[in-house]
Every structure is written in structure tokens, then in C-alpha cells.
Design a protein around this ligand. Structure first.
Ligand code: LMR
Length: 394
């Protein structure tokens, strides 16, 4: 049986993680996988997470199963964190999932059950796991233009032209904030135009929000998602707690489906529960309980938000330093986009050969499409990277 298996393409981001580990150079710099690192190169457990875990150890009396949709307190806390008061809770069906990836997967399975013919539109470029899962599920997929390689900004005209051809019932996957891999994001005015177009086309938005709190702040980063939720009759939202709570390996995420109140929400909730049962039964609980403990306690929440804000501002400072360093060294403003981009990533717009030269000659690792993780830097390595970028002719 197993001899029939075929070689599968390696995930580019995860393959790069391994290449970096295998590199013996002491001064190598990892700007690959989307994991936050502080100036010492560590991914620390956040203070509030430690405190919430301690509280769980001290007070948790059972590890018996939760519901199929996970702990309801987690669902409520996440709906509030992501959606604020944009929609009544009664319009939201929600199920906890193993991470944001699990939420994407369950969302796509939900679409496949509700509208098997629907085409899923993804941004060009997008997180490589989006097309990979869509293909794996055998669903139809198309790309819309998103990034302008000249300006390193959103190609908004191209995006609107492509979304103008979306068929009724198609699903458009959008990044709620901190676009991965480009770092280039829509303004709220542009979001309003996208929403109007999707309404006109009768398409369904599917928002992937994995970096809330890493761009312009916890509330601002949710603004576009809230606008979509309040203005569309139906939409899907996949949210991750991996990055903003730093609980990557706990696999904590949630899928929300917003629908007209009543029978449709009930039906959707039942299907989400069913899909969880088919795929893994109950979602992981430890991370979800950390999150609901933090969000439900005023002091822990304030401390978590303060630490998240330190992380966000630290990345913004690195962006500004790198842009400034490149401005001075190149005597041009052609790298100013790095300071304009938001989130963990920026796409440099370099060729695969230049990315390979950065890796081979300078020990600097970034994804092949020239996505760099700004959190892989610190004040000392910013000039090293700037020098290397110019040295390989970017
Ligand atoms: C990334 O884009 O690097 C992260 O989301 C990690 C992953 O799973 O790919």
C-alpha cells in the first residue's frame, strides 16, 4: 500500500527552518518562519500566559472533554476580541480549532459542504498553505492580483479588476491585517470599496486574521474584519492565537461563520460541530483556556496587551531602523516601503538568485519569494542585513 505514495512538495517555509538549523555559521540570521523573536533571538512565553497557566495548574479540576466547539468561554472571548460589537453574538457560529491553520481547513470544508462548486479566490501572493490546503481538498481556486512589485504596495486597481470577475457564491480569501507574505495592506477606505464590490458580486469573504495586534494595534488591526462582518450578510473568519499570545505549539484558533440570525446560524453551528467531530473530535483546550483566562481577567488582560504592544512597537522600530539604514547606504528612498509595511513580514521584491546569495554568502535566511521576518533582526543585525541587501544587488 504505502509504496504507492508519491513524493509531495515540501512546505517552503518549514524546509527553510531546517536549512537554517543545519547551517553551522555562528553569525547566521533567521528571517524565515513567522515566529516572533526578541532582541536575544528568543521566543519567550508571555508573562500573562505564564500566569494563566499557573492559575490553571492550581485550579483546574478536570481534563474531561469539552464540547465539540470547544470551551464556550473561549468562543465568547474570541468573538469579542476579534469582532468587538460589530455583530450581535447570535449571528456568529463559532468553533475552536487546532490553530489558525485548523480554522482555515474547517472553513474550507464548511464551504465545500455548503457550496461545492464555489471557487476560492486567493491573493497573489498569499501564505503558501492557503493554496496547498485548497488543492488538497480538491476545490477550485483562482488568484487575484494583490502586490505591485514596483511600488511594493497593494496593486489595488489590479485587485479590484480581478475581484470584479468573481461569480456569485464564490469565496474571496482576504488577510484581515498584516498581509502574509507582503506586509502591504489595504486602507480602510479601500476595504470599503472591496466590501461594496463583494456585495455587488454576491461573493462571500473569508478573512484570515493571524496577526491581530502586530500591525497598528489590537483594535485597529481588527477594524477591517469588523467592517466586513457588520456589512456582509455572510462571511467566514479564521483567527489564530499563535502569534498574539505567543502560544504557537498549543494550536489555538477559532473559525467564526457569520450568518443571518436564527435557523441559518443554528445549522452552521451544527455543521461546525460535525466537522470538528469528523476531523479530530474535540479541539485542543489548553491554549484556549489560557486565552479565555487572560481575556476574562482585567489585570492579566492589561498585562498581556502591554507586552503585545511592546512586541509590536519593537518590530515597528526595527522597520524604521532598517529603512533608514538602507536609505543612507543606498542614497535612495527605494526601501522606504519597509517602514510603511505592517506586521511581521515584508516582501523585499528580490529575485530567487538574490535570496539564495543572501543565504549562501551572508548566512541570511528569508523565504524564496524574498519575504523577510522583521522579528528575526535586532539593532546589531539591522546594519548587517542592510549591507548584505546592497551587496547582492537588490
Ligand atoms: C509563517 O507564515 O511563517 C507562519 O504562519 C508559520 C507557518 O505555519 O507557515
Amino acid at each position: 500500500m504505502f509504496e504507492n505514495l508519491k513524493e509531495l512538495p515540501a512546505d517552503k517555509i518549514l524546509a527553510l527552518m531546517q536549512l537554517f538549523r543545519d547551517d553551522p555559521r555562528d553569525d547566521k540570521i533567521d528571517m524565515g518562519v513567522g515566529v516572533y523573536r526578541n532582541a536575544e533571538g528568543k521566543t519567550p512565553v508571555m508573562r500573562a500566559v505564564k500566569a494563566a497557566e499557573q492559575r490553571l495548574v492550581d485550579t483546574q479540576e478536570t481534563k474531561a472533554y469539552t464540547g465539540l466547539a470547544g470551551d464556550p468561554a473561549f468562543g465568547d472571548a474570541m468573538v469579542e476580541m476579534v469582532l468587538g460589537s460589530a455583530v450581535p453574538r447570535a449571528r456568529v457560529a463559532a468553533a475552536a480549532t487546532p490553530g489558525g491553520t485548523g480554522a482555515i481547513r474547517q472553513g474550507l470544508e464548511l464551504i465545500r459542504m455548503a457550496a461545492p462548486e464555489a471557487t476560492i479566490w486567493i491573493s497573489d501572493p498569499t501564505w503558501p498553505n492557503h493554496p496547498s490546503i485548497i488543492k488538497h481538498l480538491g476545490m477550485s481556486m483562482r488568484e487575484y492580483r494583490y502586490f505591485d512589485n514596483e511600488t511594493r504596495d497593494v496593486d489595488f486597481d489590479g485587485m479590484m479588476a480581478d475581484l470584479g470577475t468573481v461569480a456569485a457564491g464564490d469565496v474571496v480569501l482576504l488577510h484581515g491585517c498584516c498581509h502574509n507574505p507582503t506586509g502591504a495592506n489595504l486602507t480602510l477606505a479601500q476595504w470599503a470599496e472591496v466590501i461594496a464590490l463583494l456585495q455587488e458580486r454576491e461573493a462571500i469573504p473569508f478573512i484570515d486574521i493571524a496577526y491581530q495586534g502586530f500591525g497598528d494595534g489590537l483594535e485597529d488591526d481588527a477594524a477591517a474584519t469588523r467592517m466586513v462582518a457588520s456589512e456582509m450578510e455572510q462571511c467566514l473568519i479564521a483567527a489564530s492565537c499563535s502569534k498574539n499570545f505567543g502560544i504557537y505549539r498549543e494550536r489555538t484558533g477559532i473559525l467564526m461563520a457569520i450568518a443571518p440570525e436564527g435557523e441559518t446560524v443554528r445549522l452552521t453551528q451544527g455543521t461546525l460541530n460535525y466537522l470538528n467531530r469528523q476531523n479530530f473530535s474535540f479541539p485542543p483546550d489548553h491554549g484556549a483556556r489560557i486565552v479565555s483566562t487572560i481575556l476574562g481577567d482585567e489585570a492579566l488582560r492589561a498585562d498581556w496587551q502591554a507586552e503585545l504592544e511592546e512586541v509590536r512597537l519593537g518590530m515597528l522600530k526595527l522597520r524604521e531602523q532598517l529603512a533608514e539604514e538602507l536609505r543612507q547606504r543606498s542614497n535612495s528612498d527605494r526601501f522606504d516601503f519597509i517602514a510603511r509595511h505592517r506586521g511581521m513580514f515584508s516582501r523585499l521584491g528580490a529575485t530567487p538568485e538574490q535570496v539564495a546569495a543572501l543565504r549562501e554568502k551572508h548566512g541570511i535566511y528569508m523565504v524564496g519569494d524574498s519575504r523577510l521576518n522583521i522579528a528575526g533582526l535586532n539593532a546589531e543585525t539591522v546594519p548587517v542585513l542592510a549591507r548584505a541587501i546592497l551587496d547582492v544587488g537588490i
